[in-house]
Design a protein around this ligand. Sequence first.
Ligand code: IFM
Length: 440
Amino acid sequence: MDFKRSDFPEAFQFGVATSSYQIEGHAFGGAGPTHWDSFAATPGNVVRAEHGQTACNHYNRLDEDLDLIAGANVDVYRFSTSWARVLPEGRGTPNPEGLDFYDRLVDGLLARGVKPAATLYHWELPSALADLGGWRNRDIAAWFGDFTEAIMGRIGDRIWSAAPINEPWCVGWLSHFLGHHAPGLRDIRATARAMHHVLLAHGTAIQAMRGLGMGNLGAVCNLEYANPADPSPGAAAAARLYDGYYNRFFLSGIFHKRYPEDVLEGLGPHMPKGWEDDFGVISEPVDWCGLNYYTRKNITPTDGPWPAHGEVEGPLPKTAMGWEIYPEGLYYFLKRTHEEYTRGLPLYVTENGMAAPDGVIDGAVPDPHRIDFLNSHLSAVQRALAEGVPVAGYYVWSLMDNYEWALGYEKRFGLVHVDFETLKRTPKASYHALAAALAR
Ligand code: IFM
């Protein structure tokens, strides 16, 4: 790595991140069915119809994985809790095995000197709640509040930081407008409702955690740099709107108590009744804001209904996701989030990383591309820090190769290689480089 720990402020937190459905193995430990199980079982939704039933079998390899986390010399492990593992029916009686699992996870982290950073929801909605309309149903905010109390009532006393929902854009737009993620809808009314309810659920969970006496609570948004594909005014307007429903909608709801006018031009007619009255809950104060950042998109206008734009391929080097590598975007978002929304709250880069077709060669996994990627993005963080942006931490996505949702298991984001036949873990060169850079 081009950096070492001492190049960052003393209190700066380095971490690695994962999520429950992507690594745990949903078939184990009495978890209930989720909308990702049925989405994946439906032909055409997921590459090779791959699913999370076994994933990395983290559920049964917990200690080995905790040792890998500690061995990377990171300060923080960001993980998520599976709603259906804790409440198999989404509501009602908790699954004791599920609660025990997260208890062991948290205690195992603390025993190894790693801070537990929990995300309550990272996309696997219990099927029983999906049957009731899922994120389209306003009641989801209350259901989510109850889930929050069930899981945090058990582990909240030892959690270092917590955020309710990972990437509200993915829960709302990607899953209900583009249909790329469960529940696979392509419907603007469903989208408007999901985008609002996900924020209502966020605020409800923050209130529930405050009620339990928890602190260090945040919001985690994914941000994507919207680049006009050409110098025309049409491309500039298209990029501005993309930025609106991708980036500004959620930050503005939480930190400004309103939604952007340009986004409401399209979504307004489809919003649920009384949405304007919910900002008191949505804007429940948080202690920090997390940004997940990966890439930029090159946006061009198209014919057709709102939002009337599309993406064109850009010229920059790309990751295995086809995503352009654009570290300037991370600098841009850190600065902009601080100046326009959070104004002094600590910011964390809660996810950043790249996918590559990494393989084991003679027992090692060379991934110089990932080392370059991390270096260039950490240098963007340093630039923001130098300009006074209060960046408090940076977490790599991901600890290990895992289930990349609709793209199945072939997109490898990990610092640790996973052989999905044998489930053998092999730390990649980037893991060793990070561990060396972070050694105390
Ligand atoms: O794997 C995902 C993760 O679940 C959420 N953020 C983006 C990652 C890479 O696509």
